[in-house]
Design a protein around this ligand. Structure first.
Ligand code: S3P
Length: 435
């Protein structure tokens, strides 16, 4: 589906976001294995989080939708009748693999074409060390560590999983979470030591559901065998989705937006710090806490003076990894441009995001130089109207829709439906605030 986006002179109004994608996945997974009922308010409407629910249902959990709530009746999981479908969702396949490794049956899990090209050795390795047996699939000219995965859980050889002390070789919340979820079903302690702090929603949710664990800075120790109990939970709005509206307000000359009930977990708010460091005016109002997560409203207004440029590198790259597509758009319009380093992980997201950012910037007449693990975009550039090709990547579709608001004419976003992976209401929300 093509979506047309015209230049905007002003943006005004209130933005309501879908529930946070990362937190929704975790509540969906834990609700499915906890005893009793888990009631979730504001569960993400994105297709990725529906994939997680679909998998949990195929494994025996019962999911009911009541008004704006989701009720999950947890279960002892059973062998699924068919291959589990993670769709486009790396979080689903990687985190659920940890749970599947702890079951007494064999399961197979795969997804769409994009997911089938994403590396799974990062979860196969630690789960194998814990005692699971996992067979990946080969893709042309590469090794056998890609989806679909066949996961022979513990117990098949008469031996339960055993805890490990694991330091992931890359900054990845999905890998950390996968190992911790497997640790729930393992004998002994599972320890994950993070080289760089990543989002800690799994730790917060596990504690809330009753897992037996200790948290120290960047080290999590989980004692196997605890019984999880269903909970009533509220999912905050997704700050990674708010990023598109924050950048839009900073690009369009007359903008004043309120973004409601946004998740403000400190492991996610590097975005707000980075924007403030460029000179952006963003106010946080009304912070409250729910299920161990912080929630607040944001007010963003166009900046009276231009924004400076910046560099994203090291630990900051890991903390901003999902926001880099949106920030690249802001970088081109800023005074000093944007340099991104240490972002090799962008090459293995839903698309090779360094490549899809580069090709779409070029379509819009923007200069950009890429490197193996980043890019540089000089500042003070003007977006030319163009046809955008997101290659099925939701964050690329939304980032360049925002660039289109500042272009010199109407733009066409092809395959715009891919925004629905995290934010099905994105274009309607955008339309409602454009003056
Ligand atoms: C996520 C972790 C990140 C992020 C993804 C969601 C999560 O991936 O890019 O969108 O929910 O844990 P990695 O763990 O691969 O860095």
């Amino acid at each position: 589906m093509n979506q047309f986006v015209s230049p905007a002179k002003s943006l005004n109004g209130v933005v309501v976001l879908p529930g946070d994608k990362s937190i929704s996945h975790r509540y969906g997974l834990l609700g499915g294995i906890a005893s009793g009922v888990t009631t979730i308010h504001n569960y993400s409407t994105g297709a990725d989080c529906q994939s997680t629910l679909g998998c949990m249902q195929a494994l025996g959990a019962v999911v009911e939708r009541k008004e704006d709530k989701l009720l999950i009746h947890g279960a002892s999981l059973h062998e699924p009748a068919a291959q589990l479908d993670a769709g486009n969702s790396g979080s689903t396949i990687r985190m659920l693999s940890g749970i599947l490794a702890g079951q007494k049956f064999t399961s197979r899990i795969g997804g769409d074409e994009s997911l089938s090209g994403r590396p799974m050795d990062r979860v196969i390795k630690p789960l194998t060390q814990m005692g699971a047996r996992i067979e990946g699939s080969a893709i042309a000219g590469r090794n056998e560590n890609f989806p679909p995965l066949t996961i022979h859980g513990h117990g098949l050889n008469g031996q339960p999983l055993h805890g490990i002390d694991y330091t992931p070789p890359m900054a990845s919340a999905q890998v950390k979470s996968c190992v911790l979820l497997a640790g729930l079903f393992a004998e002994g302690d599972t320890i994950v030591r993070e080289p760089i702090q990543t989002r800690d929603h799994t730790e917060i949710a596990l504690k809330d559901f009753g897992a037996d664990m200790e948290l120290a800075p960047r080290t999590i120790t989980l004692h196997g065998g605890a019984k999880l109990e269903g909970r009533e939970l509220m999912v905050p709005g997704d700050l990674s989705s708010a990023a598109f509206f924050l950048v839009a307000a900073l690009l369009v000359p007359e903008a004043d937006l309120i973004i409601r009930n946004v998740g403000l977990n400190p492991t996610r708010t590097a975005l707000l710090d980075f924007l403030a460091s460029l000179g952006a005016s963003i106010k946080i109002i009304d912070v409250k806490q729910s299920g161990g997560e912080l929630i607040g409203d944001l007010r963003v207004r166009s900046s009276a003076n231009g924004l400076t440029g910046g560099v994203i590198a090291g630990a900051q790259t890991a903390a901003l990894i999902d926001e880099i597509p949106a920030l690249s758009v802001l970088g081109a319009a800023s005074e000093g441009g944007l340099t991104v380093r240490d972002a090799g992980e962008l090459r293995v997201k839903e698309t090779d995001r360094i490549a899809t950012i580069e090709s779409n910037m070029r379509r819009m007449g923007i200069q950009i130089e890429s490197t193996p693990d980043g890019f540089h975009i000089p500042g003070r550039q003007k977006f030319r109207a163009a046809e955008i090709h997101p290659a099925g990547d939701h964050r690329i579709a939304m980032a360049f829709s925002v660039a289109a608001l500042a272009a010199d004419g109407p733009c066409t976003i092809t395959e715009a439906e891919c925004a629905g992976v995290s934010f099905p209401e994105f274009f309607a929300t955008l339309q409602a605030i454009v003056g």
